[in-house]
Design a protein around this ligand. Sequence first.
Ligand SMILES: C[S@@+](CC[C@H](N)C(=O)[O-])C[C@H]1O[C@@H](n2cnc3c(N)ncnc32)[C@H](O)[C@@H]1O
Length: 357
Amino acid sequence: MVDTIRTIRLITKWGANMALGRRRPVVAVFSMTHYCNFYCPMCPFGDPDKEGQIRLAKTSDLTTQQWKTVFDKVSKYCVWCIIEGGEPTSRPDFMELIEYLHSIKMPITLITNCSLLHTIDLTNLRKYIQFVTCSIDSTYEEPYCKVRGVSPHMFGRVMDNLRLLTTHEVPHYFNSVITKFNTQEFIDQTYFDRAKDLGASAISLTFVEDRSDVEYSLLPDREAMVDVCRSVLDYMKKPGSLRMLIPSEYFQQIIEHGRTLFDECGVWKSIFVNGNGTVIVPCWKYNSPENTHSLLEKSIDEIWDAPEWDIARTCHDCKVLGCIWTSSQPIQTIARSYMRGMSKVIGQYRPDLQEVT
Ligand SMILES: C[S@@+](CC[C@H](N)C(=O)[O-])C[C@H]1O[C@@H](n2cnc3c(N)ncnc32)[C@H](O)[C@@H]1O
C-alpha cells in the first residue's frame, strides 16, 4: 500500500524547494548491480565479458548495508523508486533490500529481464513491491533472442516466468525497446494481443536510444519508425486495448519530426544511483570524474547544487528515449499519465488498492 501522507509530505517539500529555486529529485532509480546475465546489444550491461562484469560487481557493487544507507538518504526526497541494474534479481540480497525499501515506505517498481524470477519467492515479492516492469522487447522467439542476445532456451524460461507472475498475481506490465529487429509485431499489432495473453496489464514502449560507445545503430529506419508510431496510435484508440503508459504525443512527435521534442531535459527530477553508489551529473552521457559524486560521501542537497546540472538545461541529445522524454514533460502530465496507467495495472490484480490513485 502506498503511504499517501508520506507522498503528499514529500511533494509539498519538493514544491517548497522549487519555489525557492532549488531543484530536487522526486523519483529514484537504483542501478543495483553492474552484473547482468543478458547480452542486449543496445545496453552497456550487455557486455559479453561476463567474468569481467562479475569481478566488477564483486569489487564495486555497494554492499547490503551501503545500499540501505543510500535508500535512507533518498527516501527523504523521493516518492517512488525504480529498481534496475544490471539485473537486480541476480543480487543474493535482492529480497532483503526490497524488504528494507518497503519497511521505509518507499513504493517500488522493479525492472527485470524476468529470467531469474523462478528463483524468487513471488508471494513475498508481491507484498513488498507495487509493480514489476517486464523487459519484453518481443513476444516472438527469434526477434527476442536477437534484441536480448540470448538463446531460445532463455526465451522459454522468460515466458514461463511471466506465467509465474500471473499465477502469483504480481502486478506487472511490459516494456519494449523497439529496434530494427522487432518492428513487425508493432506494425501488425500482434505484440499487444500476445502481451495480453502473457498477462501484461499495460505496455510501455520506447525506441532504442543508440549508444555512443559502439559503431552500430539499432534504430529502425525512418519509414519503419513512422509505421510503428501510426500503428501504436491506432491501437491506442481501439476499445479494450491494453493501457499505453507512454502518452500519444511521444509517437506523434516522432512521426512529425523523426525524434521527440522537449524544451528542457527533465533528468534532474530523478536521482540515478549507479551500482557503486555514484551519481553522474547531469547523466551518464557526461561521465567524467568531475561530474561523478558519491552518494555515500555527499548529501543530495550538495549534489543537486552542482553547477554541471546546467548542461541539462540545453542538452537535447536523447532523441527518442521514452523515459527522458516523459521526465521532460510538465510534472502534472507525468503524474496524470503514469497514475492513469498504474491504476489499470493495480485494478487488475488488487482492486483493494485502487484508491492509491
Ligand atoms: C538497463 S535494463 C536493467 C534491468 C534489467 N536487466 C532488464 O533487462 O530489464 C533497464 C531497461 O533499460 C532498457 N534499455 C537498455 N538499453 C536501452 C537503450 N539503448 N535504449 C532504450 N532502452 C534501453 C532495457 O530494455 C530495460 O527495460
